[in-house]
Design a binder for this molecule. Structure first.
Ligand code: HEC
Length: 315
């Protein structure tokens, strides 16, 4: 059923006149979005891959901070000062266990004196970003990927081998396992040592299962948006009957339905509408026995139902 709904949503989003909700969704290319997002600095960048892998990167400190599966970000939040917009993650986020400043040169315990963000370049085929930094004057490139479900790979590329020993602070106790590429070793728990001669390093993190399901957060959509988003593929509001009956003059209309194999006539009210949405097979509109309506019981919140109800009074 979820598949059917996604297919319908896809169909809808390509239909002319469809107003997309405010979340930015990822289709076939990696999406990069600067926004004010929960994290250690004000310079966070959200990156979303097709297929539902997403991460947030702190550009000020050069650290991937967390990952999430599911939707990308909801951009409908209030506009904050400094030209930023607050955005919310659509999914269950997991910390990557990186320190605020994960990268250290020479001494694992002293913070770099300067970290200068040099922007990112994108892979021309996939759109994947590689972030570029100067850490105490040494150019470092960092990219993040998810080679398989539940694994995250952090790749580091140091421009020169004359940087000396390098260290990356990562709390592996947050994960199922962390595998290091050749030549790397644990300096101590939480600190990976990258020897001087090595200028390419990969840390492969196997994520723990999260309790929270990878669901989209409930979005604040208006009644009209909910209708466009979830119902319009099957229900018109102009009197035309599509796969389901029209919503025009829905309230107070008398309708023949089949309930428990018996024909019954109902006057449509809020209770009946509510039941039609959350338990659509309880009473089936006569003449529409062949195509079942999907249940929205787990998709729409109580607030969504109330908004839809308001919308039906005045579609
Ligand atoms: C895949 C198509 C489909 C989608 C999507 C769909 N419906 Fe339906 N709906 C139907 C069909 C078919 C019926 C008639 C059969 C029945 O009663 O189950 C129906 C019946 C109804 C009825 C009863 C109408 C009447 O005249 O008695 C209501 C109310 C309703 N739907 C509300 C909604 C709402 C609200 C949404 C969006 C949140 C929605 N539907 C999404 C197919 C759909």
């Amino acid at each position: 059923m979820t598949r059917l709904i996604s297919a319908l949503l896809l169909l809808l989003s390509s239909a002319p006149g469809f107003t997309a909700p405010a979340d930015i969704s990822v289709t076939d290319k990696v999406v990069i979005q600067r926004c004010v997002i929960d994290g250690p600095s004000a310079r966070m960048i959200a990156v979303g891959f097709p297929g539902g892998f997403n991460y947030a990167f702190d550009a000020q400190n050069g650290a991937p901070v967390y990952v999430w599966q599911g939707g990308f970000v909801d951009f409908s939040g209030e506009t904050l000062g400094r030209g930023g917009r607050k955005c919310e993650i659509l999914g269950a986020k997991q910390s990557l266990g990186t320190a605020t400043n994960p990268l250290r040169l020479k001494d694992p315990d002293s913070l770099p004196e300067s970290i200068v963000f040099r922007g990112y370049r994108r892979n021309p085929d996939t759109g994947t970003p590689t972030f570029r930094f100067e850490v105490d004057g040494h150019l470092v490139e960092q990219s993040i990927g998810s080679p398989s479900e539940d694994t995250v790979q952090i790749s580091l590329d140091f421009e020169h081998t004359n940087t000396g020993n390098k260290f990356y602070h990562l709390d592996s106790s947050k994960h199922e396992q962390v595998a290091l590429s050749e030549g790397l070793r644990w300096h101590r728990p939480g600190v990976v040592a990258i020897p001087s001669r090595i200028n390419k390093a990969t840390l492969t993190i196997s994520l723990r299962n999260v309790e929270e399901p990878y669901v989209r957060k409930t979005q604040q959509l208006s009644g009209a948006q909910l209708y466009s988003y979830y119902c319009r593929a099957c229900h018109s509001n102009d009197g035309t009957n599509l796969i389901g009956p029209t919503f025009k003059n829905l309230f107070g209309r008398s309708q023949d339905v089949i309930r428990q194999d018996q024909t019954d006539t109902v006057i449509i009210d809020a209770n009946y509408i509510r039941e039609s949405i959350t338990d659509p097979q309880a009473a089936i509109v006569k003449g529409y026995e062949n195509v079942p309506m999907p249940s929205f019981a787990t998709i729409l919140s109580e607030r969504d139902l109330e908004k839809l109800m308001e919308y039906f009074k005045n579609p």
